[in-house]
Design a protein around this ligand. Structure first.
Ligand code: HAM
Length: 420
């Protein structure tokens, strides 16, 4: 068998790192300026952490998308499929509820879902995740959306848009679910098997179906937003008012249903057309009640996660330029065998300041200069018998072709002046 990466997983190649670094800088600066602090949690948790949070109708559960295994002691462990559950577990475990409210935590790293692989949908993927814990006010929902918008803007994206909805309070959800169950009951056998399962567990998730037949059965039926109660509606209107005040563009999506069950009231997604069917760059919402159900205090929360691979895909579509790969300042060429260890020692010293490369074997000047050129270096430094006798290096500026002999002791000051 030829060894290759597991389906749905990807290597992040050196040429792709600059785009990742740009995104990571944007995230750290926007979320940091918004008062969030970084939290890193383990890549796997006891399976109960997810079983208690994502909900029985989540695709992660219904479609068995979690990578779950037993450790040697027979405990069930799961590779994290999302951040929220582990972040809240850590929040509770470390007593972060005693910190001044709100507590804003951001995280980033790999996640694992056993999904059908397609553009934008992988089995190992990466998210940036933000949670704002402790505020019941609509201001927190709006701030969280503004931070998502700010991160995408700082990544250089211009044509992403926010879809905003509300799934209501638990009693509104229950009423809507009862309504949908009754409305669909006579024709439930015509739904796809996944939608039939959703109709049984959490009817509102049927709205999420991409199947045209399912959607035809939903035609003319009410959407969750139509049945949101007065309190949740007032909250939803406040969220909109803040976003309006802050000039964050959004559109209302009355049928927004998220793939995880823990949402209450506000639910939102940020989309980008032009990256295929999986157009959600990120999504999130409010999850009051979740911290309590995980064994913590009754604190409200709101947050989101964005899919890093999808944001990078959108950045590439929009032609956002990542920083160029760093170029060496100097490429050293040993012109005889004795010079190999001399240039190696010189490189080790100069690397305290600069990116320095060298040829690892003796090179004639022509070949050595070609190597230096290919490395993208600004300068080449040649060293052979003659230079050894004089205690010098031949320093050649590669774009202009200027060459001069520099005493070894003057090399640092010469480069300092030239590279300033
Ligand atoms: P989610 O909607 O499941 O939410 O995921 C958020 C984003 O992660 C998606 O919009 C998408 O960009 C990316 N994503 C999800 N699955 C995949 C995949 N298989 N391959 C590539 N990208 C993917 C959550 O995970 C919630 N925990 C967000 C949240 C935080 N809600 C409250 N706090």
């Amino acid at each position: 068998m030829k060894l290759q990466a597991v389906k749905g997983t990807h290597d992040i190649l050196p040429d792709q790192q600059a785009a990742w670094a740009r995104l990571e800088r944007a995230v750290a600066s926007v979320l940091g300026r918004g008062g969030a602090r970084r939290l890193s949690t383990p890549v796997f948790e006891y399976s109960e952490v997810f079983a208690k949070s994502v909900g029985e109708s989540a695709d992660l559960v219904v479609q068995k998308e979690m990578y779950t295994f037993e450790d040697r002691g027979g405990r069930s462990l799961t590779l994290r499929p999302e951040f929220t559950a582990g972040v809240l577990r850590a929040f509770i475990e470390h007593g972060m509820y005693t910190l001044p409210s709100p507590v804003k935590l951001w995280s980033s790293g790999p996640l694992f879902r056993a999904e059908n692989v397609q553009r934008g949908r992988f089995r190992q993927f990466h998210q940036v995740n933000l949670e704002i814990i402790g505020l019941p006010q609509a201001l927190a929902d709006a701030e969280s959306i503004a931070l998502l918008y700010g991160v995408l803007e700082a990544c250089g994206l211009t044509s992403h848009h926010v879809r905003l909805g509300s799934v209501g309070d638990p009693e509104d959800r229950a009423a809507y679910n009862a309504y949908l169950r009754e409305a669909l009951a006579p024709r439930s056998a015509e739904l796809t098997p996944t939608s039939q399962e959703r109709l049984r567990l959490n009817p509102m998730r049927v709205l999420d179906s991409k199947d045209a037949g399912d959607q035809a059965l939903l035609d003319g039926l009410k959407r969750p937003l139509d049945m949101v109660g007065a309190a949740a509606r007032a909250h939803f209107e406040q969220v909109q008012a803040y976003l309006g005040d802050w000039d964050i563009p959004f559109e209302i999506d009355p049928a927004i249903v998220r793939g995880l069950d823990y949402y209450r009231r506000t639910a939102f997604e940020s989309h980008y057309s032009g990256i295929g069917a999986q157009s959600a760059l990120g999504g999130g919402g409010r999850y009051d009640g979740l911290i309590e159900s995980l064994g913590g205090p009754a604190l409200p929360g709101v947050g989101w996660a964005l899919g890093i691979e999808r944001v990078l895909d959108a950045m590439a579509e929009e032609g956002v330029r990542a920083d160029e790969a760093p170029r060496p300042a100097l490429f050293l060429v040993p012109m005889d065998d004795a010079a190999v260890s001399e240039v190696a020692a010189l490189a080790a010293r100069l690397r305290r300041r600069w990116h320095v490369e060298y040829a690892y074997v003796r090179r004639n000047p022509g070949k050595g200069l070609r190597d230096a050129d290919r490395s993208g270096a600004r300068f080449a430094g040649l060293r052979g018998e003659r230079e050894r006798a004089h205690g010098t290096i031949q320093l050649k500026q590669l774009d202009s072709g200027d060459q001069r002999e520099v005493a070894e002791d003057d090399l640092v000051s010469t480069l300092l002046a030239a590279l300033a």
